[in-house]
Design a protein around this ligand. Structure first.
Ligand code: SF4
Ligand code: MG
Length: 317
């Protein structure tokens, strides 16, 4: 058995290797046609290629939901977890292997409902990872059930007369948590902005939370169809420390200068339900990080194997 473990720890690409998009996976994703998840997957692969992330040093962790199929479509390490538990799994991975680049992919139900407690504490712990919340405002995998971000009045299988309550706002929720360090919003239908936002989140040192507005043509088509066709319904937050995409200037003309270090203004900007605001709301790299404070000893591959050997020997008969 130790042979397999050795290959696991020793695998690494030649230093001269240049990663291309195909290195990160070529499986055809099985999401519905027109689903926004396809665009997010493409942007993530492009990010990995542009940042030359070695697949064997990268982990994608997900919970349960349509978007949680993400790890299956990438040739990195992956962990398709259980509902709402992607963040504690990712926390364990990052604390025991700080050398790995950890991404978390969650849906709105996964993150804001069953995983809500983990979400708040992951924000407060501020461990270095990139968390993507793909928000289609519905439980899609379980076929059209009201989620915390479903707009009030929107009819679903579980609330056929319309969702009873106002939708939870994931941005203001995140921005209200002690020790929050990075909050951004983007949309699957603005690929250039999506890519730049993912890049800013990935480069952030700390817990980077990105809400990605995601089209679900199967169950919430009316919610996003009009927005996706109407650039004037959007406002881009721009600042040298945020996300700037000059190629979008001619199409997305509504812009707000916003310094992402201003937490109070970030909260005000995130509150307005009548505007789709895309950009970095808040960024602060001086927040405390649990992975810095409680750094575990780092072991070499040989030491890890020796530790596992010793652990297994305890059960040898
Ligand atoms: Fe995408 Fe919606 Fe289909 Fe799920 S149900 S794969 S979110 S379009
Ligand atoms: Mg959803």
């Amino acid at each position: 058995m130790h042979q397999e473990l050795r290959s696991f720890f020793d695998c690494s690409m030649d230093d001269d290797h240049t990663f291309e998009l195909e290195d990160y996976g070529s499986v055809v994703a099985r999401w519905c046609g027109g689903c926004g998840d396809h665009g997010v997957l493409n942007a993530v692969k492009r990010l990995m290629r542009d940042e030359q992330l070695p697949a064997e040093r990268t982990v994608f962790v997900s919970g349960i939901g349509c978007s949680s199929r993400f790890p299956h479509y990438l040739d990195t390490y992956g962990f398709h977890g259980i509902h709402g538990r992607a963040l504690p799994i990712a926390t364990g991975i990052k604390l025991s292997r700080p050398d790995l680049d950890v991404f978390v992919v969650m849906g709105d139900g996964d993150c804001c409902s069953i995983g809500a407690g983990h979400w708040l504490h992951a924000t407060r712990y501020n461990i270095d990872m990139t968390a993507l919340m793909l928000d289609n405002a519905i439980y899609g995998l379980t076929k059209n059930q009201t989620s915390p971000t479903t707009p009030q009045g929107y009819k679903t299988n579980t609330q056929p007369r319309g969702s009873w309550l106002p939708a939870l706002n994931p941005l203001t929720t995140s921005l209200g948590v002690t020790n929050v360090s990075f909050v951004a919003q983007t949309a699957d239908w603005v690929p250039a902005h999506l890519f730049e936002t993912l890049q800013a989140a990935h480069r952030h040192r700390g817990f980077a939370f990105v809400r990605i507005l995601q089209r679900c043509p199967k169950f919430t088509l009316p919610l996003f169809a009009q927005q996706a066709r109407t650039p004037d319904l959007h406002e881009l937050l721009v600042h040298p420390d945020g996300v700037n995409v000059p190629t979008l200037e001619k199409i997305y003309k509504r812009r707000i200068e916003h310094d992402p270090s201003d937490l109070d203004r970030a909260r005000v900007l995130a509150e307005d339900p009548d505007r789709i605001r895309l950009g970095v709301f808040y960024r602060n790299e001086n927040r405390q990080r649990y992975d810095d404070i409680r750094r575990l000893p780092s072991y070499t591959a040989a030491q890890n194997i020796a530790r596992l050997d010793a652990e297994l020997d305890r059960y040898a008969v």
